[in-house]
Write a protein that binds this ligand. Structure first.
Ligand SMILES: Cc1cc2nc3c(=O)[nH]c(=O)nc-3n(C[C@H](O)[C@H](O)[C@H](O)COP(=O)(O)O)c2cc1C
Length: 399
């Protein structure tokens, strides 16, 4: 299903693609041109080396690793070092770091540079998980603008000698009364980031409601550095719409590719051919082949068939969403424990069943309800306090 090289890569369009009225230049992250301007969003527990390869096999873009905590990295926790593993053919190794301490963040960035661990660093300021925000981390942090600025500045300075571009990924703010994204974008730009990504929800929204693409347009207007839009891209056509509506330089795609790695082929087709592109709609036989490949890659990555298959189980329902498949077979697939068993079960599927078009454009993955954001005591009262919040430096990665 890999697509032919798009015209703009072969130079026929002079490096610019026309998107049914929208012109978009390649996204530059430092010296690296990203074509098409698509980023696989970091997703803990999902965007490991296996899933990234599966997606890379479909189309171009940047494929971000699972989130790594700076503390765990500098302490060289073995599980964390394993998570930082990239495949040999990943030519633009993109790593997301989570940190709340400017000094630890700078040490982690220096380590990435010195040990040659990655080619791009993204800083996570979007995590809404209560155990993180309660301690002032993730999406709570930009509210403390001086601390936020120190973290970003020190990361950019530490990365500079190695030529590593640093980007940030953030939400709109804590809630509608405490929006931070424009100010945080300006601070990050001033600090020297290569791009800013906005998941256009507040922390309070978690994954509920709709992403506010108007906020993405507002940020794009406010900044000179490239802006990446994130939230609710389910199809290539959504990406084109986001570019058209907001003027963003690129898109970040998360839940839309869960159980649909071919979304990256769809996105490439959309960005290459424009609005009239042919959507990529694999029949069940092709989906089964991709499922089998995904499980194989997970077994390879985890170096253990049982663990690889166990990890694969969470993807099964996403792959089969909308296809008419009996409950018993679905359940058996979701409990698979070996590659041979998986292939036997997949052989029971009718390969000719067409892709369920009614599942297009539908949310998938997390869609949980909004929830009040837990914050450290007095957090909202003092924006300019730049002391490092205690206990927010998680030691485990990928949360
Ligand atoms: C399972 C899961 C894990 C996630 N983990 C991270 C993470 O580690 N770092 C991060 O910045 N965002 C994380 N996110 C948020 C996504 O990167 C993205 O911002 C969000 O899903 C919105 O984009 P979407 O509408 O395309 O899904 C995660 C989302 C999901 C669903």
């Amino acid at each position: 299903m890999r697509l032919a090289e798009p015209a703009w890569i072969s130079g026929e369009s002079g490096g610019h693609g026309m998107l049914g009225g929208v012109t978009i230049a390649p996204l530059m992250l430092g010296k690296h041109a990203v074509r098409p301007p698509v980023v696989l969003a970091p997703m803990a527990g999902i965007t490991n080396v296996a899933f990234r390869r599966l997606c890379r096999e479909q189309g171009g873009g940047v494929y971000v690793c699972e989130m790594i905590t700076t503390r765990a990295l500098v302490e060289r926790i073995p599980k964390t070092l394993k998570m930082v593993a990239f495949a040999e053919d990943e030519d633009f190794r993109s790593l997301q770091l989570y940190g709340v301490d400017p000094d630890v963040t700078a040490r982690a960035v220096r380590m990435v540079g010195e040990d040659g661990l990655a080619d791009h660093i993204d800083l996570n300021f979007g995590c809404p998980v209560p155990k993180v925000t309660r301690r002032g981390g993730g999406s709570a942090l930009p509210w403390r603008r001086k601390l936020f600025g120190r973290i970003v500045r020190q990361a950019v300075e530490a990365a500079r000698p190695y030529g590593i571009p640093v980007t940030i990924k953030m939400r709109k703010g804590i809630d509608d009364d405490h929006l931070t994204y424009v100010e945080a974008g300006l601070i990050a730009q001033e600090a020297g980031v290569a791009a800013v990504a906005l998941h256009a929800r507040t922390a309070e929204q978690r994954y509920s409601g709709k992403a506010d693409w108007d906020a993405i347009a507002t940020l794009k207007q406010a900044l000179d550095v490239p802006v990446l839009g994130n939230g609710d891209i389910w199809e290539g056509s959504d990406a084109l719409r986001m570019v058209e509506q907001t003027g963003v330089d690129g898109v970040v795609v998360g839940r839309g590719c869960l159980g649909r790695p071919w979304l990256f082929a769809d996105l490439e087709a959309a960005f290459t051919q424009g609005a009239g592109y042919q959507p990529v709609l694999p029949a069940l036989g092709e989906v089964a082949k991709i499922m089998s490949r995904h499980a194989e890659l997970l077994v390879d990555a985890l170096e253990d068939e049982k663990h690889g298959c166990a990890d694969f189980r969470k993807h099964v329902a996403w792959y089969l969403k909308g296809f008419p498949i009996g409950g018993e077979l679905r359940r058996a697939l979701a409990m698979v424990s070996s590659l041979a068993e998986l292939d036997d079960l997949l052989a029971k599927l009718d390969p000719s069943v067409p892709f369920p078009e009614e599942a297009l454009g539908q949310p998938r993955g997390r869609v949980n309800a909004p929830g009040k954001v837990s914050l450290p005591y007095g957090w909202l009262d003092s924006r300019d306090d730049d002391s490092v919040p205690e206990g927010a430096e998680m030691e485990n990665s990928g949360g």
